[in-house]
Design a protein around this ligand. Structure first.
Ligand SMILES: *[C@@H]1O[C@H](CO)[C@@H](O)[C@H](O)[C@H]1NC(C)=O
Length: 299
């Protein structure tokens, strides 16, 4: 727990304006990773509303259906049986579940749960994940965590960041003690979120989402300060126009390549929320300029 308190205090120390953030994922509202990130974003001063599927809905991409009434308890017994189609934590109305897909869940967060707590105001940023498991290249279109981010950026016009993590042990929201990996991912996701917020509005260009993949928390990569951020692309881009010039090249490395490099590299891909591929025009430079001083080049 000591490490956790330290990490959350670290997130607090970052210079951030406080903004309204909607959170979702595809692993379910009661999954630990999204809850630890929720605590870190709140500790950093943001107003956060979480709206995620009642159960694990991994791999459901951009599916969207009206939520149906539930018969069984939510994942990890996080809601009672026969609890209806949507629900909230009784003492934390900012924590909500939706008995449907990730896109449906974030839609409720944007249209219903957020405005209800924010006097009608909409979220200014969408943050999804950290997903339990990476979402790289060919798997990107199937990810509900990416699907929810793309819905926010493309359909709702809210800038979005999708986080995914290579350490894949699942855990319930109320596990004790909270494992270090969950704190490390939460601290890293908060650092990038605060960087985007500090860069000013618009936080990301139109239709851009960031697809971020964290390596495993192990070995030399157990302290958030040892991780390094690398600008990347989702797909290969053999036939694409040149990328923004960066690290002495006009072709960004793929996120798959970055993740295969070992080391503590985090890939940050400039995604196109309209088709889940790579943005390949002047918008790359806009994102690069926002992130430049936190990025490294691969050796
Ligand atoms: C609901 O919120 C309370 C108070 O913060 C907390 O103790 C409890 O674990 C939460 N339950 C769920 C399922 O979120």
């Amino acid at each position: 727990m000591r490490l956790g308190v330290l990490l959350l205090a670290g997130a607090l120390a970052l210079p951030a304006h406080s903004i309204r953030i909607v959170q979702s994922n595809d692993d379910g509202w009661a999954e630990l990773y999204i809850r630890t990130l929720n605590s870190a974003l709140r500790a950093a001063g943001h107003a956060v509303v979480l709206s995620a599927p009642a159960d694990d809905r991994s791999g459901t991409g951009s599916r969207d259906e009206p939520p149906a009434p539930r018969a069984r308890p939510c994942a990890y017994d996080s809601c009672p049986a026969r609890a209806g189609p949507v629900g909230s934590n009784a003492t934390r109305p900012d924590l909500n579940w939706v008995n449907s897909f990730p896109v449906t869940a974030i839609k409720y967060g944007i249209d219903t749960f957020g405005p209800r707590l924010w006097h009608g105001a909409a979220p200014e940023l969408a943050v999804t994940g950290p997903n339990v498991g990476v979402n790289l290249w060919l798997t990107v279109p199937f990810s509900g965590t990416v699907g929810a981010a793309c819905f926010a950026a493309h359909d709702a016009g809210i800038p979005a960041i999708a986080f995914s993590a290579a350490s894949t042990r699942r855990a319930a929201w109320d596990v004790s003690p909270v494992p270090d990996r969950s704190f490390v991912y939460a601290q890293l996701a908060t650092a990038l979120t605060n960087k985007i917020v500090a860069s000013g509005k618009p936080y990301l260009p139109k239709d851009v989402f960031l697809n971020v993949n964290f390596p495993k928390v192990k070995g030399a990569c157990t302290d958030a300060s040892n991780f390094k951020w690398v600008l990347s692309r989702i797909n290969l881009g053999i036939f694409s126009p040149p990328d923004v010039e960066w690290c002495g090249s006009k072709r960004l490395p793929t996120e798959l390549y970055v993740s295969g490099r070992g080391g503590c590299y985090i890939s940050v891909s400039i995604g196109d929320a309209s088709d889940k591929t790579t943005i390949n025009d002047g918008r790359q430079k806009v994102v690069l300029d926002k992130l430049r001083d936190m990025l490294v080049c691969l050796p």
